[in-house]
Design a protein around this ligand. Structure first.
Ligand code: NAD
Length: 340
């Protein structure tokens, strides 16, 4: 409450320490695929940084990590400028925060486009890494990681080894240039097998499927990537001039027709109650899916409304990620408690 009681120097010192930590942890996570702390720990630090910035707007640095999409471009890869920017997602960690977000977005949407009814597209949040696929005249010509959102890393040769991803689009009606965004992941079963294999070769196993996917995609030698069980599900569209879809769910139908892998775990919903039911359902079944998830993404389905709502420098204003509380898992093997 009484913020005045905290000496200004202490606030600045805490702020600078947080900025340093967030930068260091992001570098380890995105560039080295070797996180130094758990996601839950990182999220707490990041939240505290956002809170300090809200309480003390005067200390916000221009290049604060809260203003950027995390992830630099490693010198190991050629840089690729995305045709259309890639964003991160705003996180919420409780249903109260989600409800507040939904109310804000609904009010905003009502102002922007009062004639439109609001429908939500709820999807599971896949724990992998984003990739941007550029198809020109139906041919996959480039694939890049998200990087800082403007510039990503060229991983075309590696992506060409992933069987789920078509090198040529099927059907007809695709724009002459279209950017397809999706999440590259390793399915739970494939992750177990990959780690068994790593251990049998005397190598360190991966900490989690997300690291395994990122480490496997960001390889210098595509032959290594080719041996890893990588999959992808689409979750967005970038540059799309000439795309004949009015909503994200309609676009998913087109992408499926073109041979792109669309997740079985999404639903178009008409009310907030239905969103809550979706969250409850996947909260109960999160370990029965093909892959790991760390939450639910709720998006405004209509493309016109998405455009009207726009984005900040870091996140779209038409989507939000609800994160499930971290689980405490009791591993019998090691008889220790770990947070995942
Ligand atoms: P994010 O992972 O929270 O959300 C944005 C990303 O979600 C998108 O870029 C996309 O790749 C992905 N995504 C998955 N399913 C999706 C779907 N259905 N629709 C749309 N997007 C979907 O954001 P971020 O900025 O990449 O990273 C923050 C996350 O990374 C946090 O969870 C944080 O804990 C973790 N992180 C951890 C460390 C660490 O040291 N452990 C460091 C940095 C970041």
């Amino acid at each position: 409450e009484s913020q005045e009681a905290v000496p200004a120097g202490d606030v600045r010192a805490e702020y600078e320490r947080l900025v340093d930590d967030v930068r260091r942890y992001r570098f380890a996570y995105y560039n080295e695929d070797a996180p130094l702390v758990s996601d839950a720990e990182f999220d707490l630090l990041y939240r505290r940084l956002e809170e300090l910035e809200q309480l003390h707007p005067e200390i916000v640095a221009n290049d604060s990590p809260t203003q950027e999409v995390g992830g630099e471009v490693s010198a190991a890869f050629a840089p690729v400028v995305h045709l259309s920017r890639m964003y991160s997602l705003e996180d919420v960690f409780s249903l109260e925060e989600l409800e507040a977000w939904v109310e804000r977005a609904s009010a905003n949407a009502a102002v922007q486009a009062p004639e439109k009814g609001l429908r939500w597209l709820a999807e599971v949040k896949i724990d992998g890494l984003a990739v941007n696929l550029l198809y020109r005249d139906g041919q996959l010509v480039r694939a890049a990681t998200r990087g800082d959102g403007t510039t990503g890393e060229d991983v075309t040769h590696n992506v060409l080894t992933i069987k789920d991803i078509p090198q040529r689009l099927a059907g007809t009606g695709w724009p002459s240039e279209v950017e397809i965004r999706g999440e590259i992941f390793i399915a739970s079963q494939g992750f177990l097998e990959l780690n068994e294999q790593m251990v049998s070769e005397g190598r360190a196993p991966f900490a989690n499927p997300r690291n395994a996917a990122a480490g496997s995609l960001r390889q210098k030698d595509p032959a290594v990537t080719a041996r890893r069980p990588l999959s992808m599900f689409v979750h967005g569209i970038g540059a799309r001039e000439g795309l004949s879809a009015a909503s994200q769910s309609e676009a998913y139908g087109l992408l499926r027709d073109w041979g792109l892998p669309v997740s079985p775990y999404f639903k178009v919903l008409d009310s907030y109650q239905e969103v809550l039911d979706f969250i409850g359902h996947y909260g109960q079944h999160r370990h029965d899916l093909l892959h790991e998830i760390d939450g639910i993404v709720v998006k405004v389905d209509d493309f016109g409304l998405q455009r009207a709502l726009g984005h900040t420098s870091r996140v779209p204003r038409w989507a939000v990620a609800y994160k499930y509380p971290p689980e405490e898992v009791h591993t019998k093997l090691l008889d220790i408690r770990v947070n995942v």
